[in-house]
Structures are given as structure tokens and as C-alpha cells.
Design a protein around this ligand. Sequence first.
Ligand code: B12
Ligand code: SF4
Ligand code: SF4
Length: 277
Amino acid sequence: MTVKGLDEAFAAAGAAAWGGLPFSDLAEDMTQAAMERAEALCPGPRTVLAAAFPYYAGAEAGNLSLYARGADYHRVVTRRLNTVCNFLSEKYKTAHFVAGADSSPLPERQAAWRCGIGLRGKNGLVILPPYGSYVFLGTILTDAALALPAPVPSPGCMGCGRCLSACPGGALGEGGVETGRCLSQLTQRKGALTAEQEALVRDHCLIWGCDACQLACPYNAAPALSPLPEFRENLTPALRADDLEGLTNRSFREKYGDRAFAWRGPAPLRRNLELQQ
Ligand code: B12
Ligand code: SF4
Ligand code: SF4
């Protein structure tokens, strides 16, 4: 049994898969601070809905990670999920529905895994064939106790280990990602890097993010293209030093503020470009 019309509402929002689970099932994955943030967003949370949105748009050569080339997914996914919130608000007039993506306090991969979306990748990511791991996740938190099918956690990936061998920082292990060695983290980090971290960034092929553990994965060998125009059109595959030259924080945000690589301002991008010269 599920809420009538919910499948259609997620499909209309562009989600390739969705699922739901009681909020209490996620509690063991959350810190006390995250629980408090969730409670502040939606007092008395009862249900979490999770959804996956494909973003692969081809892999043209460039120096920005594939996830950061289109429009900022935080906004795109939240806007798309808000259409589902509107649908649900019509049905449950006194309930609250709060959409979020990435900056949400909810552990989105755990939410997706617990309600059976895709496969649990050893690369730390949710893999959703035929889109591979090139899907963003988003959630809706609500104080309504929605009637949903019982959640069945998703199975693991084939476990070939190629992501571990391909990881340039040696960041992937059985325990997940060691963030201090992950090039995705290091390229986004503001401020000083250690000499070892600088060397990792210098030898890396991207100035923002890292795709190595995804490119190596067999499920990503021929991923289906995203049907979502925000991730398919008006792409920025690369930035050169002269694209950033003379930009203040403010003018950088005016130029690139609708991109996921803009949230840390121009400084990390300039540093990484310099290191990779
Ligand atoms: C902090 C963060 C990072 C950090 C640390 C990531 C990490 N692996 O710990 C850094 C900057 C390194 C990072 C990198 C990337 N990230 Co990130 N990140 C987040 C963020 C904001 C919070 C994650 C977190 O720490 N949560 C708190 C911990 C306690 O919960 P957790 O994430 O569920 O972690 C547990 C489980 O993941 C479990 N676990 C271990 N392996 C696996 C595998 C699977 C499949 C599952 C279900 C669980 C699991 O162990 C962890 C400890 O309990 C999430 C968004 C969100 N709100 O969840 C995005 C998110 C995880 N990131 C995302 C993406 C796309 C990336 C990059 C691919 C970007 C890039 N190309 O550079 C890389 C991939 C790195 C990797 N191999 O994981 C997507 C993942 C989508 C997907 N298909 O799974 C998310 C969900 C954002 C989104 N809204 O789409 N990220
Ligand atoms: S994103 Fe890059 S550095 Fe981070 S775990 Fe994956 S391959 Fe390793
Ligand atoms: S590369 Fe292999 S082990 Fe790693 S996530 Fe993909 S299938 Fe799983």
C-alpha cells in the first residue's frame, strides 16, 4: 500500500526512483546534532521520503567533476521535490513537508539505502542502474505518518574493488571514505593544505571534485543520460585561470552562483589551478 498518486508525483518531479521509511529507522545513523537540526526543520518528524535524480550528461574532457558541470543540484533537487511536497500538502492539509538535498541534516545515502533505492556501492555511493552512481539524492521530511510499503534495504554492488584501486588518494577502504585523503574533499577545502595533500591535488586531473571511483565502476561503463534539462544543458566542463581573473567574491558569485562549484568562492579553485599549472 502506498499513498495514491505518489508514484506519479515523483515521476513528474523527475525522480528515477523513490522510497520511504519511518524517521525513527534513520535515528541510529544520525548524530544528536543532526537529530536536533531535523527536529528544528520539522518538529515531530515521522516519515522520510528519499529520491534519486540522474545527472550524467556525457563525459566531455574538462577539469570540473561531472556532478558540478550543470546547475547547482541543491537548488534543482529541492525545487523538484517541492512539487511533491505541494502534492502531499494538498492531501495532508495540516502536515509539514520539508524538501532538502545535500545540506540537509539527513544522511541521504543511508536513507536511500534503507528504503531500497539502487545498490550500496563500495565506493560509498548509491548506484542506480541504468544511471550508475551518477544520481543526486534528496529527501522530504514530514511530520505525517505516511502509509508506505515496508522498506527493504538495497543489496550491495558486485564488489569488484575497482573503485578502491582507482582512488588516487587511497581514501577508500572497507570503512568508507577517509575524507582527509579524498580529492573531492581536498579540492573543495578552503585554506591551507598539508604538503601531502597539496601533492595529491597537484597530481589530480580536476580542480573541483573527483570522479575516479565512479569512472572505474562497471555500473558506470555506459550510464544512461539524465532526462533533466538542468543537468544536461548549459554545462561548464572546465574553468581556466582567466575565467576567474579579477573576480571578487561578489562578482564570482554573480557569474557562477548557480553552480555547485561556487559555494566556497573562487579561492580553492584558484589555488588548485595554480597547483596544477
Ligand atoms: C560530507 C559529504 C561529502 C564528503 C565526505 C563523503 C563521505 N563519503 O563521507 C566529501 C566532500 C568527501 C564528499 C565527496 C563526494 N560526494 Co558527498 N556528501 C556529503 C554529504 C553532504 C554528507 C555525508 C555525511 O557525512 N553524512 C553523515 C554520515 C554519518 O552519514 P552517511 O553519509 O550516510 O555515511 C555513512 C554511510 O555512508 C555508510 N556508508 C559507507 N559506504 C556506503 C555506501 C552506501 C551506498 C551507503 C548507503 C552507505 C555507506 O558509512 C557512513 C558512516 O556511517 C552528503 C549529503 C547528505 N546530507 O547525506 C553528500 C553526498 C553523499 N555526496 C554526494 C556526491 C555526489 C559526492 C561525490 C561523488 C562528489 C564528487 N564527484 O566529487 C564525492 C564522492 C566521494 C565518495 N566516494 O563518497 C552525493 C552521493 C550521491 C550518491 N549517488 O550516493 C550526496 C548524497 C549528495 C547528494 N545530495 O546527492 N561528500
Ligand atoms: S572521490 Fe576520488 S579521492 Fe574520493 S574516494 Fe572517490 S576516488 Fe577516492
Ligand atoms: S567499482 Fe566495483 S566495488 Fe566499487 S562500487 Fe563499483 S561495483 Fe562496487
